[in-house]
Design a protein around this ligand. Structure first.
Ligand SMILES: NC(=O)c1ccc[n+]([C@@H]2O[C@H](COP(=O)([O-])OP(=O)(O)OC[C@H]3O[C@@H](n4cnc5c(N)ncnc54)[C@H](O)[C@@H]3O)[C@@H](O)[C@H]2O)c1
Length: 249
């Protein structure tokens, strides 16, 4: 119970990784407030959180909407007093080749994967600065470091996730003496249900790019979130941690 009494916001809490992260934080004693577009998925995650005996809140909002995010986070802070942990996990890629990409596709990817991180972090940070304590953990992607070798057609996604890497480092410096740490995971391909429909050829093509020949386990990724959220990592900030089986080496 390393996170007993901590109050966490998890974005993308209805998604494959967000759900496992929310449950893992709850298993460590944290209360979890989920943000996602998917109201039904949020309810299911909230029930899973409560089954660990901790409190759950949720708000179904589009994280690209600055004002809606401000309102939702204000509601959480009013309910719980403050937020100790922010996990920015909402996002996702879409294949689009650069030579035919529309500005709309480009902007949608930047909005979903980068501007959403700005909106939520901007809403949560004042309460962390006020209490001189906070843990911000962002989920970028190996695409931010190694480009789109796993998935061709990922320029907008890789650019947005590289923005998350830059935001992590610059914000880590900006708030370094305020008791707030900012770190970032850069996962490679994870063994979520999104991979269930891989053909054997597609799976082999993927594994051939990963030195360990292993897909990531969401439960393992969630443990690195606990690591960055724990009191012992107070002096660990600005880290970009690849979880990619050596793909980005
Ligand atoms: N799964 C992987 O292999 C992998 C690898 C590298 C990075 N990532 C990153 O990890 C994060 C989680 O991935 P996942 O596999 O759980 O994906 P997922 O699609 O299962 O979950 C993403 C969640 O984000 C939510 N979301 C997306 N846009 C939103 C918006 N504008 N407002 C509110 N909610 C929104 C979705 O509703 C969804 O529930 C993403 O940022 C993704 O880019 C995933």
């Amino acid at each position: 119970m390393r996170l007993q009494g901590k109050r966490a916001v998890v974005t993308g809490a209805a998604g494959a990784l967000g759900r496992v992260i929310a449950e893992t934080l709850a298993a460590e004693g944290a209360d979890v407030a989920g943000l996602d577009l998917n109201a039904e998925g949020l309810e299911s995650t909230a029930a899973a959180v409560r089954s660990h005996g901790t409190r759950a809140l949720s708000a179904a909002v589009d994280l690209t909407d600055f004002d809606a995010v401000q309102d939702a986070v204000a509601g959480f802070v009013e309910e719980w007093g403050a937020i100790d942990i922010l996990l920015n996990g909402a996002g996702g890629g879409a294949v689009s080749y650069f030579h035919e990409m529309t500005p709309e596709t480009w902007n949608t990817q930047i909005d979903r994967n980068l501007n959403s991180v700005f909106n939520v972090t901007r809403a949560v940070l004042p309460s962390m600065l006020e209490q001189k304590h906070g843990r911000i953990i962002n989920i970028a992607s190996v695409a931010a470091i190694a480009g789109g070798r796993l998935v061709r057609g990922a320029t907008a996604y890789a650019t947005a996730k590289a923005g998350v890497v830059g935001l992590t480092k610059a914000l880590a410096i900006e708030v370094a003496d305020s008791g707030v740490t900012v770190n970032c995971l850069a996962p490679g391909a994870q063994g979520t249900n999104a991979r269930d429909n891989d053909t054997p050829e597609r799976r082999e093509a993927l594994l051939s790019q990963i030195p360990t020949r292993l897909l990531g386990e969401p439960e393992h990724l969630a443990q690195t979130v606990v690591f960055f959220a724990a009191p012992e990592t107070v002096n660990v900030t600005g880290v970009i941690l690849p979880l990619d089986g050596g793909h980005s080496i």
